[in-house]
Design a protein around this ligand. Sequence first.
Ligand code: PRT
Ligand code: ZN
Length: 309
Amino acid sequence: MNSKISRTKCSETNDGNQSGSKDLRIRVAVQRKGRLSEGSLELLRSIGLNFDYYEGRLFSPCSNFPVEILFVRDDDIPKYVQDGVADLGIVGRNVVAEKEAVVEQLETLGFGKCRLDIASREGGAIKNIADLEGCRIATSYPVILSRFLESEKLTANIVEISGSVEIAPTLNVADAICDLVSTGSTLRINGLSPIATVLRSEAVLIGNLGALSSSDTGSLVSRIRRRVQSCLRARGMRYLMMNANKRDLEKLRRVLPHLSSPTIMPLAEDGSIAIHSAVPSEDVWKVIEELRQNGASDILAVPVEVMVQ
Ligand code: PRT
Ligand code: ZN
């Protein structure tokens, strides 16, 4: 791979206006087709990037921001970002660790959550980590597994398999497996049960080491990162709106989390007020119930799209 591929010049300003001023595009690499594709595209759209996508496409330029989206296999993303072929990438933390990519992990994105587990036959002889000594373990993650075994001071035979790792014990290719697990149903169907978690993973935004500080693309990379941070913050929040009598204000204030002071507006009806406040999504029902008990009425909770601090 040519790691020094030149950057595309485009005739847009940072806001996408056709002004004639020359600027650079940055590249964001995402999984072309797989478990992370939908979440990655949804995130890029929610940060305001406007682009076309259809299956089989390799590149998509954005019409309103100097970004080009690169659709590739997830395994290639860490190296592309490390080598500067892409400035940013969205990929599982497990792949970054396996490829030993030298990149900056900028944000954890909250989707594609899974664990890399070691599992053995249910009711079999391997019941805990110590029992793995001298065993054969099938995996697509030999680098992560060998590091784990080393840290546990165990010697085992790693059998590298590229897919359907879960059938290795049935085929007598291995005594145990080390594979990704999300719901656990693949393990159960194959008569396996987990004995240890090697790594917890989710999709992460990674950046080329020089990308944030680069004099040409650094500010674009920072803008994308800030937008991602704002969307992630917003996803964890609900915006609450309610009506109340002014005399209940102090009680209601105590119920609302102290993240930011609520907005309070007088209503046409004498003594009535409207109160607006952002609340963490996980607490929203508890807060609504307490607000109601303390005199609030007509309570609305709506999702927050963007939250810039
Ligand atoms: O073609 P390409 O190389 O791009 O894709 P891929 O086939 O290598 O990857 P893909 O799309 O399967 O997964 C992409 C990423 O999604 C992984 O690297 C993880 O970061 C994340 N992810 C989250 C998972 C899972 N959950 C997951 N459950 N990746 C794989 N699985 C598989 C697992 O390997 C096992 O076969 O799902 C099965 C177990 O699932 P449960 O629900 O039965 O436990
Ligand atoms: Zn892959």
